[in-house]
Ligand binder design. Sequence first.
Ligand SMILES: *Cc1c(COP(=O)(O)O)cnc(C)c1O
Length: 409
Amino acid sequence: MAEHDSEHLGTGTRLVGAGRRAEWTGTAEHPGAVVNPPVYRASTHLYPDMAALRAHPANEDGKFYYGRRGAPTQWALSGALTALEPGAEGTVLYPSGVAAIMGALLTVLRPGDVLLMIDNAYEPSRAMGRGLLKDFGIETRWFDASDPAAFEAAICERTKAVLLEVPGSLTIEVCDVPGLSAIAKAHELTVVLDNTWASPLGFPALERGADIAIMSLTKHVGGHSDAMMGSASAGPQWYRKLRIRAQGLGNVVSPDDAALMLRGLRTMGLRLAQETASALAIAEWLEGRPEVAKVLCPMLPGSPGHDLWKRDFSGGCGLFSFVLKGGTSAARDALIDALTLFGIGYSWGGFESLATPVDPAPIRTASPWPLPGLADDDRFGVRLSIGLEDTADLIADLEQALGVWSAAA
Ligand SMILES: *Cc1c(COP(=O)(O)O)cnc(C)c1O
């Protein structure tokens, strides 16, 4: 198979071909001999002789050196992710999504700097601001992304970076990434964006204004709830700095996990399309239910952030939330307990559906909960990660569980 220029190919075609460099999937005599890169389980890389060891380039991508710098299994994965992210020069892999976020922040920030963080960020990202970053002399301030003027006013002399997440965790609110990025650029801030929800298939983060695009590969790329990993993709300004910092932190991912991620990647487009369609049908059904005060699903017309989603995104995924009309925390627990096809557990983006409670009030510090327009007791939410089960089965399960909620509320 000859190598091709992938830029003009469709998403499915690019997902099939991404990262499959012939030199990594074969031998010198027969490049491209197998479909997938072998799992190189290797700490030591051997040199043919001393001259080769002495001549080794200092720190080059994609060259055998030592296990911590990876081998073709990991290089194929990072190459594939780079090929899927328009504007990226390279992609650094981390042992988890959290490690990727921290790896990026420790690349762009120094003691004394201020980080602005979106208020609906993933809670462990918020914990970095309160914990490790604070301990190292970096101050974090949270902002309400629905108010660009307040965002600009929050920028001070020491502000060096902004951490965005789109849509935000739990409430799935969409922020105006191009608008906020333009403000950030005008003040020479670096924009780090957590793009786990849409992935580059639905949101080309670097093209929309981010300098560094993060993903928890644990979610859509793995897709099977059996491995953890994170990535940071960037253009020439940041890629090499990210890689050097990740090396300094000793970050390395296992070749077995990289092979699982590559396997997941091949079907990611199909899974996302199916999960998006199913989630939208379920969101529409929930919107018509008397027990539901608000559906928080940006793909759904009328949902918060739908206009921005329509403008900036070309796809979605199966993760969304809804808020119950009144009720109690115990009734919400009864609803989740009554579900038979949804697992109760953290994470999302796997082939199986999950449900978790949504209680942002103690987490948010710069924006209100309940959301504007909702009554004060419309505060108990449920987050669903829609998997690959049949939509009608999931709706029937939700219907009987809402009956249990009504009886308990
Ligand atoms: C899960 C998640 C992460 C963290 O990923 P891990 O691989 O679990 O460390 C980061 N950001 C978002 C939005 C997530 O949902």
